[in-house]
Design a protein around this ligand. Structure first.
Ligand code: SF4
Length: 424
C-alpha cells in the first residue's frame, strides 16, 4: 500500500476525535533561523465528521488496526474497514513534508492498540522524539495517550508533546463497561492523575527556575535557567455524547469532577456518530448536534462563570439541558428571584450570571462603574446583546417594571429555528 492510500485511510479514521484544539501551548518558532516551523497561527488541516462538523486538525492514526472492540468505534477489531499502518519514519516524513509546504502547524497523533498498550505508546513517543530531537521540530504535537501504558512512557510522552490527552470515552463507568469492556476506567483515571502530577511538578520547577537565574560569566546578565517541560498545553479528554442513555446532568457532573481532580484543560464533547455495521447496543440515530453545542456552553459556564454543574442541569429538573435556549438564559429564567441585577452594585459573580454579559463585558462594567453611573448606552458601547441583557439588569436610566418574561425572551429564538446546511 503506498503512502497516499495509507494517509487516506488513517486520516479518515482519525476524524472522529474532536479533542484536537491547540490552545494553551508555549510559543515556539524558528524566526531566528534555528529549527523548523512554528506552533503559532492557523492553517492546520481540517476535516469533516460525517454529520457535518468541521474539526480543526492535523490528524492521523499511526494505525487503525486495534485489538480492542469498543462498540462505538469504527476501528474496533470486529469492524470491516480497510486497515493500514504507518511506520514511524513515514509519520515523521509526512509531518515534515506537510510542514514545509505550509499545510499544517503540527501533528495530532493517535493509534489503535497494536500489540499492547506499552508497545503502541512506545511507537507514538518515538515519533514525537524523532521530530523534536532529530529534526528540531517546533510545531505543535498532541499525542493521544494510551491509558494502560506504563508510567515512564507517559512521562516520556510529556517531554515531547505540547498536549497529551486520554479519552474518558463514556461519562460513566457503567457505560464504559457496557460499550468498551476492554477499557479500564480505573486505568484511565490513574493515567490522568499521573499526568497531572507531572504537569504540576514541571510548572513548579519552571517557576523555581525563573526565580534562580543562571549567570554564565561573572559579568554576564543572568538568564532564566532552562525550565523542564512537560505537556505545556496540559491534558484534555473527550467524552462521547449520546452513545448511551446518560443524561446531561451526569455528563456535566463527570466533567466537573475531571476538571477538579485532574485539572484538565478541556473536556471535549463528541456527539455519537452512527457507524457502519453497528452493534445493536448503540442508538440508530445520532443525538441532535445542538445537544453537543449546549454541553459546550454549559462547560464554559462551569469554567469561566462560576456555575456549579448541578445548577445548570440536575436530576431534579429532568437531567437534560434545554435545547431551544442556552443554559445561561435557561438558568436565569428558572431563577427570576435573582433578577434584575443592579449593575452598579452587584458583585462580579452575580453580573456574570446575567444573560448576554460575558467575562470581558463584566470586567469593563466593573471598571466603568468606579467613575460614573452606568446607562443603557454603556451596554451598547460594549457590543453586548442589549435586548437580551436589559430584562435582567437595573441601570441609571433603565428599571424593568416586571420579572423577565420567558415567552418574550424565547420568541426570537423560536422564530429562527436553526437548520444544519447540507455540506455535501
Ligand atoms: S481502543 Fe481506541 S481505536 Fe481501539 S476500538 Fe477502542 S476506541 Fe477504537
Amino acid at each position: 500500500m503506498d503512502l497516499n492510500d495509507k494517509l487516506a485511510i488513517l486520516a479518515d479514521a482519525a476524524k472522529y476525535d474532536a479533542s484536537c484544539a491547540s490552545s494553551g501551548g508555549v510559543r515556539r518558532d524558528s524566526t531566528q533561523g534555528r529549527g523548523l516551523g512554528s506552533n503559532e497561527g492557523m492553517g492546520i488541516c481540517h476535516s469533516y465528521a460525517p454529520d457535518g462538523r468541521c474539526i480543526s486538525l492535523l490528524k492521523i492514526l499511526l494505525t487503525n488496526h486495534c485489538r480492542y472492540d469498543c462498540l462505538y468505534c469504527v476501528n474496533r477489531a470486529s469492524s470491516n474497514v480497510p486497515r493500514a499502518r504507518f511506520t514511524i519514519d513515514e509519520v515523521v516524513r509526512l509531518t515534515l513534508d506537510f510542514y514545509r509546504r505550509n499545510c499544517i502547524e503540527g501533528l495530532f497523533l493517535s493509534s489503535g492498540i497494536i500489540r499492547s498498550p506499552d508497545y503502541t505508546m512506545e511507537q507514538l513517543v518515538e515519533v514525537a522524539r524523532r521530530l523534536r530531537e532529530e529534526h528540531d521540530f517546533r510545531g505543535y504535537i498532541h499525542l493521544k495517550t494510551i491509558p494502560d501504558a506504563a508510567a515512564d512512557l507517559l512521562q516520556r510522552a510529556g517531554r515531547y508533546a505540547d498536549r497529551l490527552s486520554i479519552n474518558i470515552e463514556l461519562p460513566t463507568e457503567r457505560g464504559l463497561g457496557a460499550l468498551a469492556p476492554e477499557k479500564d476506567a480505573g486505568a484511565i483515571r490513574r493515567s490522568m492523575a499521573r499526568l497531572r502530577v507531572h504537569i504540576d511538578e514541571a510548572r513548579a520547577q519552571a517557576q523555581e527556575a525563573g526565580r534562580q537565574p543562571v549567570r554564565s560569566l561573572p559579568q554576564a546578565r543572568p538568564a532564566p535557567a532552562p525550565a523542564p517541560v512537560f505537556a505545556a498545553a496540559g491534558q484534555s479528554t473527550q467524552m462521547i455524547v449520546g452513545a448511551d442513555a446518560t443524561d446531561d446532568a451526569t455528563i456535566l457532573a463527570t466533567s466537573a469532577q475531571l476538571y477538579g481532580a485532574y485539572r484538565l484543560k478541556r473536556v471535549y464533547y463528541s456527539a455519537f456518530s452512527p457507524i457502519p455495521d453497528a452493534s445493536a447496543a448503540l442508538p440508530l440515530k445520532a443525538p441532535p448536534l445542538v445537544r453537543e453545542h449546549r454541553l459546550y456552553q454549559a462547560d464554559w459556564l462551569m469554567r469561566f462563570y462560576g456555575f456549579a454543574a448541578d445548577e445548570i442541569a440536575s436530576p431534579r429538573t429532568g437531567g437534560m439541558l434545554r435545547l431551544e435556549v442556552d443554559p445561561k438564559l435557561a438558568w436565569a429564567l428558572a431563577h427570576p428571584e435573582r433578577f434584575p441585577v443592579d449593575v452598579e452594585r452587584a458583585p462580579r459573580e452575580l453580573l456574570l450570571r446575567v444573560p448576554g454579559l460575558g467575562v470581558k463585558a463584566v470586567d469593563r462594567l466593573l471598571l466603568a462603574r468606579r467613575v460614573r453611573r452606568l446607562r443603557s448606552d454603556d451596554l451598547q458601547r460594549l457590543h453586548v446583546p442589549v435586548r437580551k441583557v436589559l430584562p435582567f439588569v437595573l441601570l441609571a436610566d433603565h428599571r424593568p417594571a416586571r420579572a423577565p418574561d420567558p415567552r418574550r425572551l424565547l420568541a426570537p429564538a423560536r422564530a429562527a429555528e436553526p437548520q444544519q446546511a447540507a455540506l455535501f
